[in-house]
Each structure stands twice: as structure tokens, then as C-alpha cells.
Ligand binder design. Structure first.
Ligand SMILES: [Zn+2]
Length: 271
């Protein structure tokens, strides 16, 4: 089954629109991921999850948006960032194009936390001003689908950037891109007050994310090599465990997509 938009012809796309297919837009970034992972880590992850969900739901995967809002990483070489307004507008125009071809259900799968705010604003705009229903699935939503045990392990080690989670996924999908001989353990410079306030918000992931984004303004001030985790980022899960975790995330999301497909603006809140 063909799932990638860039591999289809226009009559094939037209048939998919008539069938009511969902289009998934994977969104990543081009930003530093420590000394052991490539700059394209987030777009590889967004693409992988989108493909798995599309195969389970007969959806289409639009070309990955490889650049996002990554200003917090600009002190490290190779990072490319859009202004948040540019990202909002690019995504808005991509969604409008797809909606104008008759697609009524569009999902944005975003693997980079920094894209969160600009993307939510494009999605709101599209839901208010187009005929399409747009669902946003960001990093917090994605990790909420992880098996409980792994989620707990990541939370305990503050695995935030280029850590065990991302290394495990890249190790599965592009093992050739993990630099295993690199000393990857970062010197993390998170102050005691930040750790204290995070502890108070222990069971509240959304609040923890807000607190973190209020202090994660510049990664070079938080970590010497760009990674942000208290574990050794190279100590990834083995491939079969990562495969299972990815399948669980994609499977749970696919289930939601199948139900969500049946909803519609006109239906509203009718019982
Ligand atoms: Zn990342």
C-alpha cells in the first residue's frame, strides 16, 4: 500500500480524497541532537510514527516538514530555524492546500516540543476557517501513548532532548546514524530551584512541560553538548523493545484516528 503523497499521482490522490482518507502531516526540526544523534532526528521520528499510523488507517502521509522553530538550539552548528510566525503560516498554507482538494480530516504529528505553540495556532486557525477538521498530536500526546514502565523511566531521568527515547528510536530506524563512539553524557546545568519546582508538579505532565519551557530558553546554557537527560543517552532500549513501544504508540493513535474519522463539525455535540 502506497502511503506517501509524494509517491502518488493526482488521480490516486483524488480517489483517496473521495474515500475520505485522512492526511497526516509529519513535522520535525533541523536542530542539534547532542554529539551522537543527527540534526534530522525529530523529522525521522515524526515520519516513522506517521508512516506506521497511515499504514494502519489507510491514510496519506504528506511530505515531512523538516524545519521548525528551533531558536533554543541556535548556539549549536547546523540548526536551522523558522520564525514562529513563518512556521504558523507555512503549516496554515499546507493545511489549506490539502483542504482545498477535498480532504476533511488532517492530522499534524509533531515530534519537536519547540514547534508546539506555533503549530497549535495554525491548527486553531484551520479548525475555525477551513472545511477541514485538524487534529494536533505533539510530543506530549505521543509520549502519553508509551508503555507506562518506559514513560516512568523517561520521567525519572528527565529525558528531554537527544536522550534515551530519541536514541532508541534512531537506533531502530537508522542505526547507521548513531555515533556510538562519542562520549555523549552531557553535563546538565539545571539548578536546584528548577528541580524543586518540577518535583512539586511531579504528576502533572502538562504543568511540568510549561515550567520546563519557561526555563529552557537556551540549550547551551543547560547542557554542555546539547543533549538534556540525566541518563547516558547512548544507553538506549534494545531494538525489539523500541519496536514494541513504537507499535504501541502507533496502534493507540490509529485507534483514535479511526473513531475521529467518523466525527464532523456538522455533527457537533449531538448525542
Ligand atoms: Zn528531538
Amino acid at each position: 500500500m502506497r502511503v506517501f503523497l509524494h509517491e502518488m499521482t493526482h488521480p490516486e490522490v483524488s480517489r483517496k480524497a473521495e474515500e475520505g482518507a485522512v492526511v497526516i502531516i509529519p513535522l520535525g526540526s533541523m536542530e542539534q541532537h547532542g554529539v551522537h544523534l543527527p540534526l534530522g532526528t525529530d523529522f525521522l521520528i515524526a515520519l516513522e510514527i506517521s508512516r506506521r499510523v497511515a499504514e494502519k488507517t489507510r491514510s496519506i502521509v504528506a511530505p515531512v516538514l523538516w524545519v521548525g522553530f528551533s531558536k533554543e538550539h541556535m548556539a549549536f552548528k547546523g540548526t536551522i530555524t523558522l520564525e514562529s510566525e513563518t512556521l504558523t503560516m507555512v503549516l496554515r498554507d499546507v493545511i489549506r492546500s490539502l483542504a482545498s482538494h477535498g480532504f476533511r480530516k488532517i492530522i499534524v504529528v509533531n515530534a519537536h516540543g519547540g514547534n508546539d505553540a506555533p503549530v497549535r495556532s495554525s491548527v486553531l486557525d484551520a479548525n475555525l476557517n477551513s472545511d477541514a477538521d485538524v487534529l494536533y498530536v505533539g510530543p506530549d500526546e505521543l509520549s502519553s501513548f508509551l508503555p507506562q514502565r518506559l514513560k516512568h523511566e523517561l520521567e525519572k531521568s528527565m529525558d528531554l532532548h537527544a536522550g534515551v527515547l530519541e536514541t532508541s528510536i534512531i537506533n531502530l530506524v537508522r542505526p547507521d546514524l548513531v555515533r556510538r563512539s562519542q562520549p555523549s553524557k552531557p553535563k546538565v546545568k539545571i539548578g536546584k530551584h528548577v528541580l524543586d519546582v518540577l518535583d512539586l508538579a511531579k504528576d502533572k505532565p502538562a504543568l511540568r512541560a510549561s515550567i520546563l519551557s519557561s526555563v529552557l530558553a537556551r540549550f547551551d546554557e543547560l547542557s554542555d553538548n546539547g543533549a538534556l537527560t540525566l541518563s547516558d543517552p547512548l544507553s538506549h532500549w534494545d531494538a525489539s523493545e523500541t519496536e514494541e513501544a513504537l507499535e504501541e504508540v502507533a496502534g493507540k493513535l490509529a485507534k483514535i484516528v479511526e473513531k475521529w474519522k467518523l466525527t464532523g463539525k456538522a455533527e457537533g455535540l449531538k448525542p
